[in-house]
Every structure is written in structure tokens, then in C-alpha cells.
Design a binder for this molecule. Structure first.
Ligand SMILES: [Fe+2]
Length: 417
């Protein structure tokens, strides 16, 4: 793989929605030229570990749920402006409140986050404009043809969630941190690194670029709060996040008012998020969160807030003090958009519990996890195109293999499947 590999020019696309700024002349893509050969590369320093290319599912030990309080009542809302306050005691008290909730159920709303409503609206407009394009146009950006995990995810790219029955009814557009095209790990074939694919819609790259910066800003702020709660040095998390594998998804749930008998009503299957935490915006109900008593409770959107939830990595890092709580999206029948941003570490960050003297009696052992491997393991479950690459021996980095997610296995008895 030469260093001079060029990234494709953006593709001009047209939308079916009648908006003058969507009407673009289509031109030929060069995405088809991506016939890369992903070399047998170990991106992390584990040269002595043989990668098993046979897609043998791994039966992982189930990690029991950390102790939690019931979430049967509505999820809490936290004003995070205190994290910016010049008075350290206000910062500490806000961080403490976030920590309490992270330890209780790992799911909350955050308000006073500083992201402008105009920017959020503009992101929804861009998402709607893109998803309104015809399938042939969107498919020019098909993620399976991109050089990394960036681009359009059609409904046919159905993952293997046990409780997702029938045809998939949502599509997505996946982005990440916009790493440079000469990123060394991208050039070595790491699908989680490298530049974004930008649809040639007016304003798309600018608006989504701004939104990504805002998500990165909130990530830093929330990491500061968790450092306080865990008694870590300021900048501890940032030191593992200078080349993060964070991702932003634009999700579009299709209108679906004719559910059949075989339809369980679950639209996106129950899962935990694989990264440190997720900052999610949606304007439409349908999200549900699993509570301590294994009840699915509704988590409707609240104006001027983001959802915020702990993911697998932060649960492990905190030694189980924080909880990666399962959640799912049920079918309301209505069209729905949502914007999850998955805040992650660098690919090769090895996550293992930090010692927290104050909570030492509550902490548990977690086996060390390479963050990028954990993410890819689960993406092999979620993305058929990645499985095909893996089974063809084209995806060989670190110790990745499809298998159970021990953070999710603990909820399987609640799924009635
Ligand atoms: Fe999620």
C-alpha cells in the first residue's frame, strides 16, 4: 500500500427531495477503484499473537451487571454547565452528580451542553437530504466499497441482533473522526481510521464537521468529569484519545406502520454501546433502556438535551463502577432520525480497571481489553460487509474475531428470543 494512495473526490449526488440546494449533477464516482489489499498487519504491538482467520464464534464469559439502582423512574437530567464553572467546587459537585448516575444506571440526559439548536437542526436537514436521495445515489457511498468504515449503510446491511426480527427498517451513514489520508494505520488497512466520506451535498461536510467538533468538545468535558469522579489526573482520558476511533452515525428509521405478526416491534436490537460513552440526539420517541429489574422503560427525548450513556469501555475502565446499560429502539411506525456519537479511545488503548481508593470495595476485575479489537469484534456481528472481508482474510489486525459480547450476554435472558 503506497503512501501516495489518494482519497476519492467527493461524488456529486442528487436528492429526490425538492430543495434547490439538493439538486446536484451526478457524476461518476471513483469509489469502484477501491480494490485494496489489506495486508496481514498487526496494528498493535502483539506480533506474537496469531490471528485466527476462521470465523469461529467466541463464547465469552458473561460479565455480570454492576450493582444498579432501579431506573423505573424517568432518567435523570443533569445540567452540565457546572463543569465549565470557574469555581472548582461547582465543577466537583456537577461531576459528582454525573458520577452518581453513571454508577446507578449509566443513562442520563445532559442539558446546557452549549451545542446550538441551529447546528443540530442543520445536521438533521443534512441527514434528511441525504436519506431522501434515491438508493442508487446513496449506494455510491456504500460503506462496503469505501477504504475504511465510512459511508452509507443500507437496510440490507443487517447485523446479527437476536431480537431484530424481519427485514431491517433503518439505514445509516457512518462517519468518524476525520483522520488525515496519510494516517499510518489507515494506510495499513485499519478500517476505523482515515478520512471521512463526504457526500457532495452543499454544506454537508461543513455542518457535520462542525458537529463532530462539538461532540469532541463535550467528550473532553465529560472525560474531565469522570477523571474527577475516579480521582484520576486531569488529562488521563485525553492522553488515550489523541487518535480516537470515535464514530458519528446518522440514523434513519423508515416509516413503518404495517407491522406483521412476525414483527416483534423491536427496530434496533438490544445492545450496549462498545465505546467509552455515547452522546445521542433524537427528536422522536422509541428509545428504551433496560432497568435493574429487567424492565424496558421508555426514554423519550427531552428538548434541549442530549442522551448520554456509558459504554463498555468506561464500565471496564472504572472497574464496574459505571454501568454500560442495554438499550434498544422499538418500532413506533413513524419515520425517525437520530444522531449517536460514540466517544472512544485510540485503537490500541488497553483498557483495564483503574484503582479508585474511594470505591475500591465496589470495583471488580475486568480482563484487559484492546479498545479497537473490542469495537471490531462487535462490528463483525453488526456489519456483514466486514464479516465478508474478515472471512476472506482481508481484515487481520490484532486479535479480532466474532463472538459474544460479554457486556451484552448478561441481558439475553430478558429478550424473550
Ligand atoms: Fe446504542
Amino acid at each position: 500500500m503506497g503512501k501516495n494512495r489518494s482519497f476519492p473526490h467527493p461524488i456529486m449526488i442528487s436528492c429526490t427531495r425538492e430543495q434547490p440546494w439538493c439538486a446536484q449533477a451526478r457524476r461518476t464516482t471513483n469509489l469502484g477503484h477501491y480494490k485494496r489489499k489489506i495486508l496481514n498487519v498487526h496494528l498493535i504491538n502483539k506480533k506474537d499473537i496469531a490471528t485466527d482467520k476462521e470465523a469461529t464464534p467466541v463464547k465469552a464469559d458473561i460479565i455480570p451487571f454492576p450493582a444498579r439502582y432501579s431506573t423505573r423512574d424517568s432518567l435523570p437530567v443533569v445540567n452540565i454547565s457546572g463543569l465549565y464553572h470557574p469555581n472548582p467546587s461547582v465543577q466537583r459537585s456537577t461531576a459528582g452528580r454525573i458520577g452518581e448516575i453513571a454508577m446507578a444506571n449509566g443513562f442520563l440526559y445532559i442539558e446546557k451542553h452549549g451545542v446550538s439548536r441551529a447546528l443540530i437542526n442543520a445536521v438533521y436537514e443534512q441527514a434528511q437530504c441525504f436519506f431522501d436521495c434515491d438508493l442508487a445515489t446513496k449506494s455510491q457511498y456504500y460503506i462496503g466499497r469505501a477504504p475504511n468504515h465510512r459511508g452509507y449503510v443500507p437496510t440490507t446491511e443487517k447485523g446479527d441482533y437476536a431480537d431484530e426480527q424481519g427485514p431491517r427498517r433503518y439505514e445509516a451513514f457512518d462517519m468518524g473522526v476525520d483522520h488525515p489520508a496519510d494516517d499510518p494505520d489507515f494506510l495499513l488497512g485499519n478500517p476505523l481510521m482515515g478520512p471521512n466520506v463526504w457526500p457532495k451535498l452543499p454544506g454537508f461536510q461543513y455542518i457535520l464537521g462542525r458537529y463532530l467538533k462539538e461532540m469532541s468538545r463535550i467528550t473532553n468535558v465529560m472525560c474531565g468529569a469522570f477523571e474527577q469522579v475516579l480521582g484520576l489526573d486531569s488529562g488521563f482520558f485525553a492522553s488515550h484519545m489523541d487518535r480516537p476511533i470515535s464514530q458519528l452515525r446518522l440514523l434513519h428509521y423508515l416509516e413503518n406502520k404495517n407491522t406483521g405478526a412476525a414483527d416483534t416491534g423491536v427496530n434496533m436490537g438490544a445492545h450496549t454501546d462498545y465505546e467509552c460513552f455515547t452522546i445521542l440526539h433524537s427528536q422522536t420517541p422509541s428509545l428504551q433502556v433496560l432497568d435493574l429489574d429487567s424492565n424496558w422503560i421508555d426514554a423519550p427525548p427531552i428538548d434541549n438535551t442530549f442522551y448520554f450513556n456509558i459504554g463498555d469501555m468506561l464500565e471496564a475502565w472504572s472497574g464496574g463502577l459505571f454501568v454500560a446499560t442495554p438499550h434498544r429502539v422499538v418500532n413506533s411506525g413513524d419515520e425517525r432520525f437520530s444522531l449517536p456519537y460514540f466517544a472512544a479511545t485510540n485503537f490500541d488503548t488497553i483498557v483495564s480497571p483503574v484503582h479508585v481508593a474511594k470505591y475500591a470495595d465496589k470495583q471488580k476485575d475486568y480482563a484487559p481489553i484492546v479498545a479497537g479489537e473490542h469495537l471490531l469484534n462487535n462490528m463483525l456481528r453488526d456489519f456483514p460487509y466486514l464479516r465478508r472481508q474478515y472471512e476472506a482474510g482481508l481484515l487481520n489486525m490484532g486479535d479480532i474475531k466474532p463472538g459474544d459480547n460479554p457486556f451484552e450476554s448478561r441481558m439475553m435472558s430478558t429478550l424473550n428470543v
